[in-house]
Ligand binder design. Structure first.
Ligand SMILES: Cc1ncc(COP(=O)(O)O)c(C=O)c1O
Length: 479
């Protein structure tokens, strides 16, 4: 019997692989006798014990019959010698869901993914982290790992974390709720998916802002919602452009419109709530980074004005801590509470217990507030550095959106269309500068070039250098 060892891993495993390959390929047919162990050991220059152990494993797995001494044979039933047909590269869509998913999402081409090989990157959505946060979080996590029972978590979340979230939203966002109104979820993304499942049937209309957060758009679309984009202006969502036929759901980012950074005015908030009340629709309020505000008084959340229980308020720890945590919370209207908890249970039985316990502790002992204060200060310096850098090096080429919160700015490129914007991005990437277009954040992108400029992950010095390089790229590609 001709056998070749492949040289990977222990000799016994190599021999098992080689023998199995001989059987599976049909080179050694059913009923054929395997070589005596001593002879095979000599042939392959391995110890007899190695061969004995390999034969034992083949016997245990059903490839071999017979006993040592009386001969070992290829067992029945034999695996077909004919090679199985190669699996197709990609199946036809297996369901309507997959048809919709493929129509809107390609995981290899995510908007805003870091451009390879760049020295400076204005990538949006990179978290602000620092060693103090890392070590404080590590302490909270290891303590929680010791004391958290290894049972399934509660579906709607750790009670201490729900209480801490309640206190936090009351203090920072003016949202009055009890811990019973709070459900801990795997970030905003799970919140929108649960909301779609609880409130929408395929074909139901859902209003989204135009432009909008693409992940909300994709979650709704894959669920089968009919998307109704409503434009925004300086005061946020154009309440006067809400559809005549009311939608089931309206998704908004009132405190820091994504991606423009605009703040929804009080009049618009009241108009939106009034529309929802009159037409019996629900509002999904994504308050993803309302925490970091710079030169304006924080506006209370839309939910704090809601007297009719129409607003599903969602907060995330992705921006205020880090996105790998995958934790956020929903303040759910009482009428929807039980259905949301059931939907959460069916989805994943509850969010990871150790991380929830660690976060509850982190919030209760003041570490979270300290981190927010520190981060707020640093982000303010970085935002100022970006604004100064842009004004100094790029001023004549840009219109900067006046945003007072968050970790990015939106800039429009004066006199450039979308294609010229793409050409600038390509040119900048050749000069090791990462720039990111606003186009993927539209359902119907305008023929106008705009960029999202994240400032959370670069130091003040780097931001200054990157702005200078940006200015050079703008001059080099000026139309
Ligand atoms: C508008 C908006 N909402 C929510 C999030 C955060 O989502 P998650 O909590 O699922 O990480 C982001 C992150 O980029 C965002 O841009």
């Amino acid at each position: 019997m001709h056998l070749e060892l492949d040289g990977r891993g222990p000799l016994q495993s190599q021999l098992v692989r080689a023998l199995k390959e001989a059987v599976l390929s049909g080179r050694v047919a059913q009923g054929v006798r395997f070589p005596p162990t001593r002879a095979l050991a000599q042939q392959l220059q391995v110890s007899r014990n190695t061969v004995l152990a390999a034969y034992e494993q083949l016997r245990a797995e059903g490839f071999m019959q017979g006993r040592v001494g009386s001969g070992s044979y290829v067992a029945t039933p034999i695996v077909p010698a004919v090679p199985a047909p190669a699996a197709p590269e990609r199946l036809e869509p297996t369901s309507d869901y997959i048809r919709r998913l493929r129509a809107c999402h390609d995981h290899t081409r995510m908007p805003g993914r870091r451009i390879e090989g760049t020295r400076y990157s204005f990538q949006y959505g990179v978290p602000f982290t620092n060693p103090l946060l890392t070590s404080a979080w590590a302490r909270a996590l290891s303590h929680a790992a010791l004391y958290t029972p290894p049972t399934y978590p509660t579906a709607h979340g750790n009670p201490a974390l729900r209480a801490a979230a309640c206190e936090y939203v009351a203090h920072r966002r003016g949202v009055i709720a009890t811990p019973d109104d709070v459900i801990i979820v795997a970030g905003t993304q799970q919140a929108i998916n649960l909301t779609a499942r609880v409130l929408l049937d395929p074909g139901d209309a859902a209003v989204i802002e135009e432009p909008q957060y693409f992940a909300t758009r994709e979650a709704l679309y894959t669920h089968g919602a009919r998307l109704v984009p409503v434009p925004i202006d300086r005061e946020g969502l154009r309440a006067d452009r809400l559809p005549r036929t009311p939608p089931r759901l309206i998704c908004v980012t009132p405190s820091h419109q994504f991606p423009t950074g605009r703040l929804m005015s009080l009049q618009r908030r009241l108009a939106l709530l009034d529309y929802a009340r009159r037409h019996d629709c629900w509002i999904f309020e994504d308050d993803y980074d309302g925490e970091f505000r710079y030169d304006a008084q924080p506006h209370a959340a839309l939910r704090s004005l809601d007297e009719c229980g129409r607003v599903i308020y969602v907060g995330s720890f992705s921006k205020v801590l880090f996105p790998s945590l995958r934790l956020g919370y929903i303040v759910v209207p009482p009428a929807l509470r039980d259905d949301f908890i059931s939907a959460k249970w069916v989805d994943d039985f509850g969010s990871p217990a150790i991380e929830q316990a660690a976060l509850a502790q982190f919030m209760a002992d003041g570490s979270f507030e300290r981190h927010l204060r520190r981060t707020g200060k640093t982000l303010k310096q970085r935002r100022t550095a970006l604004l100064e850098g842009l004004r100094e090096h790029c001023g004549e080429y840009l219109e900067i959106e006046d945003s007072h919160a968050g970790m990015h700015l939106l800039v429009w490129l004066r006199g450039r269309n979308a294609a010229q914007g793409e050409a600038l991005i390509a040119h900048a990437s050749r000069r090791a500068l990462g720039l990111y277009s606003i186009a993927p954040y539209y359902l119907h992108a305008p023929d106008r070039a705009g960029l999202l400029m994240g400032f959370g992950a670069m130091s003040v010095t780097e931001i200054g250098e990157a702005a200078k390089l940006f200015g050079e790229c703008l001059r080099e590609t000026a139309p």
